[in-house]
Design a protein around this ligand. Sequence first.
Ligand SMILES: Nc1ncnc2c1ncn2[C@@H]1O[C@H](COP(=O)(O)OP(=O)(O)OP(=O)(O)O)[C@@H](O)[C@H]1O
Ligand SMILES: C[C@@H](N)C(=O)O
Ligand SMILES: [Mg+2]
Ligand SMILES: [Mg+2]
Length: 355
Amino acid sequence: MTKLKVGLLFGGRSGEHEVSIVSAKAISEALTAEENANKYELLPFYIKKDGSWQGPDIARQVLSSGEALSCENSQPTLWQFPAAAETIDVWFPILHGPNGEDGTIQGLLSLMQVPFVGSGVLGSAAGMDKIGMKSIFAQAGLPQVKYMALTREQIWSNPCIFPKLCDDIEQNLGYPCFVKPANLGSSVGIAKVRSRSELEAALDSAASYDRRIIVEAGVNAREVECAVLGNENPKASTVGEITYESDFYDYETKYTSGKADLLIPAPLPDAVISQIQSSAIQAFTTLDCAGLARVDFFYVEATGEVLINEINTLPGFTATSMYPQLWASSGVSFPELVDKLVRLAIELNSEPETT
Ligand SMILES: Nc1ncnc2c1ncn2[C@@H]1O[C@H](COP(=O)(O)OP(=O)(O)OP(=O)(O)O)[C@@H](O)[C@H]1O
Ligand SMILES: C[C@@H](N)C(=O)O
Ligand SMILES: [Mg+2]
Ligand SMILES: [Mg+2]
């Protein structure tokens, strides 16, 4: 049997570069596991932090060391596609955050007319930008926390406007509130703030990551996540809950073993689980997602409300990440999961073209 050549694309010009390396390592092991070894030939491609692409030899070294390649003293390079990329039958991008989860790579791969795992341009871009995502969710009637959308320009360019901006945030959202770069993940650049001075510092910091910034009212709630898998008729996994001792589910808590507990299935009433699952599917279809996504929610026990927090169209596949664990608990093993994802990519590509 001829093996399909799968191009695993990882790293990327993103604040989540290191997480992508860990996710890619896990996926490469699953794609080459015994169950998949006779179906797929894996060719990894690594995108350095400066945006340059490295072919399979270097990419394999990065996967085995787990270390990002340094970009010190690197000059901006013309974008070059490694020759081996021309032989790929299906791409598996496992890039997190900007320049990978946001529709940019998806646009490139669509133009190349080679199938790829995950959402296309619209689902990826709409899922990445928290401001755009939240206005689409609001339109779809999905309940969420109160928020304000800001730009770097408002924060940095006019010192006269800045105090008024902070006044507005204090009046509309109060404390604690969460300041986030609109286009990032893994909690990079996010701050939970409780005072004016923390707010000012957090806005300045978030503006260094992105020109779009979102500030959200802090909610006191349980954190639950649901995985979605499929194309036109997506399925929701069981729901998982995250508990931790830290102030919030920050980068260190997410990726340090033992800092957070994942409770799968979440100890919640059946009706709440069903509501989360149907909202996860509604979020996925509303944004025109495909293949996979993990949808994050807040469950406010005091009122019974389920608030959608966000969708992640290329969720983490690290040892502490929910997505593969939710499917494992729903009876889909890691090797089976990556096999399904590749098949879904091919299925999507075999649909009639709209020209
Ligand atoms: N409005 C909020 N109220 C309470 N906690 C919040 C709020 N927004 C974010 N948090 C906390 O911050 C964490 C990260 O937020 P969010 O999921 O939006 O960020 P992210 O960077 O997209 O994360 P990831 O993509 O890794 O899931 C949440 O899991 C939660 O612990
Ligand atoms: C990778 C990270 N953004 C996640 O959602 O798991
Ligand atoms: Mg996210
Ligand atoms: Mg999240």
